[in-house]
Ligand binder design. Structure first.
Ligand SMILES: Nc1nc2c(c(=O)[nH]1)N[C@H]1C(S)=C(S)[C@@H](COP(=O)(O)OP(=O)(O)OC[C@H]3O[C@@H](n4cnc5c(=O)[nH]c(N)nc54)[C@H](O)[C@@H]3O)O[C@H]1N2
Ligand SMILES: Nc1nc2c(c(=O)[nH]1)N[C@H]1C(S)=C(S)[C@@H](COP(=O)(O)OP(=O)(O)OC[C@H]3O[C@@H](n4cnc5c(=O)[nH]c(N)nc54)[C@H](O)[C@@H]3O)O[C@H]1N2
Ligand code: SF4
Ligand SMILES: [Mo]
Length: 748
């Protein structure tokens, strides 16, 4: 058969760049960037090392191709190959028996980062009757969307327009490593055209290196810094008076509240030069349009997180940088079918809602909090996505698994996540999963988490399934594209699994579309598109309109913001009803309260993004392993000197939770901080016990916990954790050579 080029998408990060796949005799023999479709074809991909993996990973020897059923002990690494029907029938029968014994809430689910469409899982869970969907939202994105929504009535996104934007504040994010594509290039060209950049980060990252001001903040103290910025902007008269008077409530209270946070006070609390506070505030406050880009650095510091985001909301508002060109855009509800509808969230029964573990512990991140928010945003016909804003707290789900309190959770379905490496306190996660009656993992390859399962089911991956990214349903934007070919072997899309299981468990009628592609077609239909017409460009993104609050409503008055007061709530009416404060507090995050002067006097931050890996993925790639062979703990040269250590030394990092081993690297950063990589394991080792793919050696989450550290959303800390660092002279499986590493692993 002649070779044919088919449009498809790379799925190795959330960008889903457009590709053309050369298909010959049912095999993909090559891929190249597709210049005709979203997002930016060759330009983005020129800087990306991952997309060639599309060809090699499609039929790689380590891919799982058929359903596997556990034989022998959990984690023994012994499997029987079974048919999909056998697997699905048995899973359905076991779930039925468990639900009869304990109620449907006995089942939990786990998801990870934005790798896949998660609505099929949530539709299945809603109809099955369990609210126990855990994810990582509490430390990735949720706090920001919550605080934006309660302040502005919806979320906002930075709008960086070279020539218009005059200041960009990058706060706890490093797009050079986490988003090494269009967005990072955009920031660079903005800066090259003279735009000011302020970076708040304990490390002198790539973006800090090109900044006008780098604020090397002490981890976890960002809320205090935020109050300091507000203080300077107010006291130096940099407030947009007209905007504040017309569109904000609570300015007087906010001004009085931030008055004590002078640059001196803030400098002391945050371990920075008071002049930096002043400079950052002036650059932001004097700009005619200023944008904020925030990231994981401020989403993962426990108790401080909502306060930092609220301070950022106030910063945007008092400087008039809301829904304005070059500052930010207030997003809109999608024209296409929302995730909420796709998930059939409204079909959830009362008993399911009542079983929500969060309600008593994190009242905002619960159905009550969600319901109250939705009543406000619906005034402007915006329906917030439910699953993010209600997702179950991992600590509470794990506790129910461990202790049966407040009720037993005995089964777990895992889609697109590797919780043994990415959830807090890996040893605890491992023990909880080992104790389950039923663990089902949908995966591409045998991960440490999958190695503990009863069933590992072969998931269709990039090029074998269509993809549609919709930003969780908070924006009127979608992108994606078609599969290049049918799934190889016995692989199936995650959608097929949930549909087939649902049909076996009485969910007839709820799964009218036979395939994921048909379901995406139905989803786009409400925006007037077919799947095919959408795929021509692979992008649905109507040009955003600014200053939507000024639009006139049916009553002839401006519609304002979808909050209780119709204005931006600098002083929140909403949060006090759900355990929060009306004004952002100077909460210090992380777990520095555990600091023990003698034993743990350094500050740990984990998971700073580093190409080419992504969380626990792509360690199987030999080229990547050659160029980036060992997990690193990075410190400043001054700290290394003080500890008598040198670059390349092997070290043990210890926290109150556990320890893990790394290779020492040096970089410009605060002298009291240790930054460790996350996600590291050995895909080339025999999976299963006792080594579990090496997850006990250099896994950052041996050092963390996932407690409820904050009383509204339940955020926990992956940053700002007290730690210590020592030389390690024992065996260390990571060496300079990937070859040696894999031989050692196999010999063990
Ligand atoms: N290569 C790669 N890219 C990724 C990922 C990946 O695993 N690998 N993961 C993806 C995911 S899931 C996400 S959520 C995004 C995250 O994207 P980003 O938020 O850009 O993540 P990082 O690049 O780690 O940047 C976070 C920064 O916060 C800093 N930081 C740590 N603690 C603090 C603190 O207390 N205060 C302040 N102000 N800063 C602090 C760190 O030094 C780090 O530079 O990246 C995505 N992209
Ligand atoms: N210490 C520490 N921990 C962290 C972080 C940190 O910075 N520090 N960051 C946190 C953040 S922000 C995030 S988002 C999480 C990420 O956490 P995870 O999402 O758990 O991390 P990944 O390693 O990306 O896991 C994805 C797994 O799903 C599989 N997979 C990918 N796509 C699909 C798919 O479409 N279907 C199926 N069935 N499987 C798929 C991959 O093979 C891989 O094993 O980690 C969190 N954990
Ligand atoms: S940036 Fe790279 S990894 Fe991400 S989708 Fe595009 S080509 Fe793939
Ligand atoms: Mo994330």
């Amino acid at each position: 058969m002649a070779a044919e080029e088919r449009p498809t998408n790379c799925q190795y990060c959330g960008y889903d760049c457009a590709l053309l796949a050369r298909v010959e005799d049912g095999q993909v023999t090559g891929v190249r960037p597709d210049p005709a479709r979203y997002p930016y074809g060759g330009e983005v991909m020129a800087n990306c090392r991952r997309w060639p993996m599309n060809v090699e990973a499609l039929d790689a020897p380590d891919r799982i191709n058929v359903p596997l059923r556990r034989r022998g002990q959990r984690g023994s690494g012994q499997w029987d190959e079974v048919s999909w029907d056998e697997a699905l029938d048995d899973i359905a029968a076991r779930l039925t028996a468990l639900a009869e014994a304990y109620g449907p809430r006995v089942l939990a689910s786990a998801i990870g980062g934005p790798h896949a469409s998660y609505w099929p899982l949530h539709r299945f869970m809603n109809l099955f009757g369990s609210p126990n969907n855990m994810g990582i939202g509490q430390i990735c994105w949720n706090p920001r969307i919550w605080m934006d929504m309660v302040t502005f009535g919806w979320t906002v996104e930075a709008d960086i327009v070279p020539g218009v934007t005059e200041c960009v504040l990058v706060w706890g994010a490093n797009p050079a490593q986490s988003d090494n594509s269009a967005f990072w290039r955009h920031i660079c060209s903005y800066q090259e055209r003279g735009g000011a950049l302020v970076v708040v980060d304990p490390r002198c990252t790539e973006v800090a290196q090109i900044a006008d001001a780098w604020v090397p903040i002490r981890p976890g103290t960002d809320a205090v810094f935020g109050l300091g910025l507000l203080n300077v902007i107010i006291s130096e008269g940099l407030v947009d008076q007209e905007f504040v008077e017309r569109w904000c409530v609570g300015f007087e209270s906010l001004a009085a509240h931030v008055a004590p946070f002078s640059p001196q006070v803030v400098g002391e609390a945050c371990g920075v030069n008071p002049q930096d506070v002043v400079r950052a505030a002036r650059l932001f406050g004097q700009a005619r349009a200023a944008a904020v880009v925030s990231g994981r650095g401020i989403d993962q510091v426990g108790a401080a997180v909502p306060h930092i985001h609220r301070a950022i909301c106030c910063l945007r508002a008092i400087t008039g940088n809301v829904d304005k060109p070059g500052a930010c855009v207030l997003a809109e509800s999608p024209d296409f079918t929302s995730e909420l509808v796709m998930e059939m969230s409204d079909a959830m029964g009362e008993r399911c809602r009542e079983a929500c573990l969060n309600t008593a512990v994190t009242p905002l991140q619960s159905y009550e909090g969600y319901g109250a928010l939705r009543r406000l945003t619906e005034r402007l016909r915006r329906v917030p996505p439910m699953r993010y804003l209600t997702s179950a707290h991992p600590h509470l789900v794990l506790k129910a698994m461990e202790s049966g309190e407040p009720y037993p959770i005995r089964a777990l379905v895992v889609q697109a996540t590797n919780p043994l490496l990415t959830y807090g306190d890996s040893d605890r996660v491992r023990r909880a999963l080992q104790g389950l009656d039923l663990l089902v993992v949908l995966e591409y390859r045998m991960t440490p988490t999958a190695s503990l399962a009863d069933y590992v089911l072969p998931a269709a991956a990039a090029m074998e399934r269509p993809v549609l990214q919709v930003h969780g349903g908070v924006a009127n934007a979608a992108y994606g594209g078609p599969a290049a070919l049918e799934p190889l072997y016995d692989r199936r899309s995650d959608y097929d699994f949930f549909r087939e299981l649902g049909l076996r468990l009485g969910q007839e009628g709820a799964w009218p579309e036979e395939s994921l592609e048909e379901a995406f077609g139905a989803q786009m239909a409400t925006a007037g598109l077919t799947w095919q017409s959408f795929c021509e460009t692979g992008l649905y993104w109507p040009t955003p309109i600014y200053r939507k609050h000024e639009t006139l409503g049916d009553d002839g008055l401006p519609v304002g913001f979808a909050t209780e007061t119709g204005k931006i709530e600098l002083e929140s009416r909403f949060l006090p009803r759900f355990g929060g404060s009306p004004l952002p507090q100077p909460a210090v995050g992380g777990r520095m309260d555990e600091a023990d002067e003698a034993a743990r006097s350094l500050v740990l931050i984990t998971g700073a993004r580093r190409q080419p890996y992504n969380a626990s993925m792509y360690f199987e790639n030999p080229r990547f392993r050659k160029s980036c062979p060992a997990p690193q703990a990075t410190v400043s040269p001054a700290l290394a000197k003080r500890l008598g250590l040198q670059e390349g030394d092997r070290v043990t990092v210890t926290s109150a939770t556990g320890s893990a081993r790394f290779q020492l690297a040096l970089a410009e950063m605060r002298d009291d901080v240790v930054s460790v990589d996350y996600g590291w394991w050995h895909p080339e080792w025999e999976p299963g016990a006792p080594l579990l793919g090496g997850m006990e050696e250099s896994n950052a989450n041996l050092l963390t916990l996932c407690r409820v550290e904050e009383p509204m959303v339940g955020t926990w800390s992956y940053n700002a954790i007290p730690c210590w660092l020592e030389p390690w002279t024992g065996p260390f499986s990571w060496t300079d050579s990937y070859q040696e590493t894999s031989e050692k692993g196999q010999a063990q």
